[in-house]
Design a protein around this ligand. Structure first.
Ligand code: NDP
Length: 451
C-alpha cells in the first residue's frame, strides 16, 4: 500500500461515513504534494500530513429556537477549527440542510491551503448548521442566528477564530450574529467578517469572491498567451453572492455572461444575463429563477429534472470561459465532456470544489485551463482579512484601495501557483501548483512552531 492509500484508509477509519467530500479533498491534495514529500523527508519526520488532515478541534452543538408559530425547532450547529499555523482560524459559516460534519471538514481543510495562498496571516476553519433559511421570515432568521451565536461565541474571538459568510449566510445573517455576540459579551470587536459597512464591514467584501475569481482568470489567460475577456461568452452557475459578482465583473471587462442557475434550474439568456433583474429576483424578492423568464421572454429556462441525470444544463451552453459558482460537485464528467466538445477555453471555480475529480482530469487532458477553487475563489477570504485589519486599527479603507489590493492579491496568487507548477515540471497545472504552494507554507510554519 502506498502512502496515499495508507493515509486515506487511516482517515476513513477515523471519520464517519458522511465525510465523502472530505476524503475527495484530501486525496486531491495528497496526489499533488507527493513529489514535495518525496523530495523533503523532513515533512514525514514531522508527521505533517497526519497532523494537517486532523482538525485541531471540532465543535458540534444543539441550536434551539422558536418559529413564528411558536413551535420549538432544533438544529445542529458546527465549527471545525482545522489549522492555525499561519493565523487565527478563518472560514465561513454555511446554513443549508445538506450541512454535516463531513462537508464542513472538507471546506475547512480546503480553507487551510486557500488562506495560505493569499499570503495573509490566517489559518483554516469552517462552520455552519443544517438550518434551512429558505422560506423563513426575517424574524425566524434572527431567532435562529441568536440561538446559534449563544453557543458559537464560546469558541471564537478576533485572535482565535473569525467566521464569515458562505451559502445561506449573507450580510443579514452576519448582522444578527454580530448583534447577538455583542449582547452576550458586551464587546464590540471584529469576531465576524462580511459585516455590513455601517458597523465594521469592509467595502468590497460582498464583491470580493466573484471579482477576485475574474481577476485570477484574466491573469491565467495572460499566462497562457490568450486574449483577455473582451467579447468572450461566459457561463456562470449559481445566483448567489459569488455568481452575481462574477457576472458583474465579467460585464465590466467586456465579456458576455449568458447564464445563471439555482437549485431548481438554469437560465440561458443568449443576449447576456440581465443583472439588475437577477439581483432583484434573488436579493430582494428571494424567488426562483423561473420568474426570470416571465419578465424576459428571450431567455430559456431548464428545470433540473428536465435535464438528463448526471449532468447540468448550464455546462452544455457553448462558452469560452466557465465559472462554476454554486456548490460542490456540480460539474461532472458528462459536463466536462460537453465543455470540451464546445471548445471551452477556461474553467474557474468560484464555488468550493464544484468539479468532480474525473471532470478535472478530463478538462486538463483536453487543454482547458483549469483554476481550482482554493486559488480562484480566495478573493473573499483575502478581503475578509482586510476587514480584520481595518477592525483592528479602527480604520476604514476606500473602495478603490480594497479593490486594488484584491486585484493585486489575486494576480499574485495566480503567478505563485503558475510558477510553482512550472518549478515541479507540471506547466499549466494550476491544481498541483495551488496544492503545493499552499501546502509548503503551512507545513514549514508547523515545523517552525514545533509540536
Ligand atoms: P449563496 O447562498 O449566496 O448562493 C448559492 C447559490 O448556489 C444559490 O443560487 C443556490 O441556489 C445555489 N445552490 C446552493 N446549493 C445548491 C445545490 N445543492 N444545488 C444547486 N444549486 C445550489 O452562496 P455563495 O454565492 O456565497 O457561495 C457559493 C459557493 O461559493 C459555495 O461553494 C461557497 O462555499 C463558495 N464560496 C463563497 C464565498 C463567499 O465569499 N460568499 C467565498 C469562497 C467560496 P438556491 O438559491 O436555489 O439555493
Amino acid at each position: 500500500m502506498n502512502f496515499l492509500e495508507e493515509t486515506i484508509n487511516r482517515i476513513k477509519k477515523s471519520n464517519c461515513s458522511t465525510d465523502g467530500t472530505f476524503f475527495q479533498a484530501v486525496e486531491e491534495v495528497l496526489e499533488s504534494i507527493q513529489p514535495v514529500l518525496d523530495a523533503n523527508p523532513i515533512y514525514a519526520r514531522h508527521s505533517i500530513v497526519k497532523r494537517l488532515t486532523t482538525p485541531d478541534r471540532e465543535f458540534k452543538f444543539k441550536v434551539v429556537w422558536m418559529d413564528d408559530n411558536q413551535n420549538i425547532q432544533v438544529n445542529t450547529g458546527y465549527r471545525v477549527q482545522f489549522n492555525n499555523a499561519l493565523g487565527p482560524y478563518k472560514g465561513g459559516l454555511r446554513f443549508h440542510p445538506s450541512v454535516n460534519n463531513g462537508i464542513l471538514k472538507f471546506l475547512g481543510f480546503e480553507q487551510i491551503f486557500k488562506n495560505s495562498l493569499t499570503g495573509l496571516p490566517i489559518g483554516g476553519g469552517k462552520g455552519g448548521s443544517d438550518f434551512d433559511p429558505k422560506g423563513k421570515s426575517d424574524f425566524e432568521i434572527m431567532k435562529f442566528c441568536s440561538a446559534f451565536m449563544t453557543e458559537l461565541h464560546k469558541y471564537i474571538g478576533p485572535r482565535i477564530d473569525v467566521p464569515a459568510g458562505d451559502i445561506g449566510v449573507g450580510a443579514r445573517e452576519i448582522g444578527y450574529l454580530f448583534g447577538e455576540y455583542k449582547k452576550i459579551t458586551s464587546s464590540y470587536e471584529g469576531i465576524l467578517t462580511g459585516k455590513p459597512f455601517m458597523f465594521g464591514g469592509s467595502l468590497m467584501r460582498p464583491e470580493a469572491t466573484g471579482y477576485g475569481c475574474v481577476y485570477f482568470t484574466d491573469e491565467m489567460l495572460k499566462f497562457a498567451g490568450l486574449a483577455d475577456f473582451k467579447d468572450r461568452v461566459c457561463t456562470v452557475s449559481g445566483a448567489g453572492n459569488v455568481a452575481l459578482h462574477t457576472i458583474e465583473k465579467l460585464y465590466a471587462l467586456g465579456a458576455k455572461p449568458v447564464s445563471c442557475t439555482d437549485s431548481k434550474g438554469t437560465i440561458y439568456d443568449p443576449r447576456g444575463v440581465d443583472l439588475e433583474l437577477l439581483k432583484d429576483l434573488k436579493l430582494n424578492k428571494r424567488v426562483s429563477l423561473e420568474e426570470y423568464c416571465t419578465i424576459n421572454s428571450d431567455a430559456i429556462y431548464t428545470k433540473v429534472e428536465d435535464y438528463p441525470e448526471g449532468g447540468h444544463a448550464v455546462w452544455n451552453i457553448p462558452c469560452d470561459c466557465a465559472f462554476p459558482s454554486a456548490t460542490q460537485n456540480e460539474l461532472t464528467l458528462i459536463d466536462a465532456q460537453n465543455l470540451v466538445k464546445n471548445a471551452c477555453v477556461s474553467v474557474s471555480e468560484g464555488a468550493n470544489m464544484p468539479s468532480t475529480p474525473e471532470a478535472i482530469h478530463l478538462m486538463q487532458k483536453n487543454g482547458i485551463l483549469f483554476a481550482p477553487a482554493k486559488a480562484a475563489n480566495a478573493g473573499g477570504v483575502a478581503v475578509s482579512e482586510f476587514e480584520m485589519s481595518q477592525n483592528a486599527s479602527m480604520s476604514k479603507w476606500t473602495y478603490e484601495k480594497v479593490d486594488k489590493m484584491l486585484e493585486e492579491t489575486m494576480r499574485a496568487i495566480c503567478k505563485r501557483v503558475h510558477l510553482t507548477a512550472e518549478e515541479y515540471g507540471m506547466d499549466g497545472n494550476y491544481v498541483h501548483g495551488a496544492n503545493i504552494a499552499g501546502f509548503k507554507k503551512v507545513a514549514d510554519a508547523m515545523i517552525a512552531e514545533g509540536i
